[in-house]
Design a protein around this ligand. Structure first.
Ligand SMILES: Nc1ncnc2c1ncn2[C@@H]1O[C@H](COP(=O)(O)OP(=O)(O)OP(=O)(O)O)[C@@H](O)[C@H]1O
Ligand SMILES: [Mg+2]
Length: 238
């Protein structure tokens, strides 16, 4: 250990529907940096992060600063500091914006809830303006903000975002990307899945590329940008 906080994934194996979809994948996500996980549709990005978050069963090991998270339920993994924003920015439509955020707070005390909301609203002031509004009335981009605020409220050390921009307008995507940059600058380790590779590589420090469930690149985002054939190969493979 160099003293830098890390999530380490080692020899990850995932099976879905009786078929192996992730084959022996190992990588690290470092605090204070954005790491992007790229790959074609079906390459195994969501399976990887769902397995890391304990939502899917897996083989191999996931650890946070050397402490193994193996066998932990999703809630315990979140409490350990690893928060997943799942694909699809789903919210509880019958609840207000604020209640949507609060259901994800880990500290149920009045002061814990207050601090959690402050953290969430600091990153997304536009949600504070809409705190009493029903979440079902929000735009897609605002729903994604709520989904991300549900991660921020838990004061994560690491945050995984599965499909940041899916179906959203460019202006709001810019806002969401900015929030991730702020999070990383504040010390959170971000693992970003994003269908637009250029956007992801502009945001990211580090990059990972999956091809049919295997890791084919692990290095700096700048290196990957300079080697577009790796990305093209991965996107054509699936
Ligand atoms: N619920 C499921 N049951 C069985 N197999 C699944 C299921 N979901 C995904 N798979 C398979 O697992 C593999 C990896 O899929 P995964 O959703 O992890 O890829 P992805 O990279 O996130 O793709 P996308 O870009 O479409 O979100 C694919 O072969 C897919 O068909
Ligand atoms: Mg996916």
């Amino acid at each position: 250990m160099t003293g830098t906080s890390q999530v380490r994934v080692e020899n990850l194996v995932v099976e879905r529907g009786g078929k192996r979809v992730i084959h022996d994948v190992s990588f690290s996500v470092t605090a204070g940096k954005v790491t992007t996980l790229l790959g074609a549709n079906g390459a195994g990005k969501s399976s990887t992060v769902m397995a890391m978050a304990g939502v899917l069963p897996r083989g191999g090991s996931v650890s946070l600063d050397g402490a193994k998270l193996d066998g932990f339920a999703p809630d315990r993994i979140r409490r350990a500091g690893l928060a997943l924003v799942p694909e699809g920015h789903r919210v509880l439509g019958q609840l207000s914006v604020e209640d949507n955020i609060l259901v994800a707070a880990l500290d149920p005390s009045a002061s814990g809830r207050k601090q959690g909301l402050e953290r969430a609203y600091e990153i997304f002031p536009e949600l504070a303006e809409r705190r009493r509004q029903s979440a079902s009335d929000l735009s897609g981009g605002q729903k994604q903000m709520v989904a991300m605020a549900q991660a921020f409220v838990a004061k994560p050390r690491f945050m995984i975002v599965d499909e940041l921009s899916l179906g959203l307008a460019p202006a709001v995507v810019k806002r969401l990307a900015e929030a991730l940059k702020i999070a990383a600058a504040g010390g959170i380790g971000v693992l970003l899945i994003e269908q637009f590779a250029n956007l992801a590589l502009d945001l990211a420090d580090q990059a990972l590329v999956l091809e049919r469930g295997r890791l084919v690149f692990d290095g700096s985002a700048a290196t990957l940008k300079a080697q577009p054939d790796i990305l093209h190969g991965a996107y054509l493979a699936n």
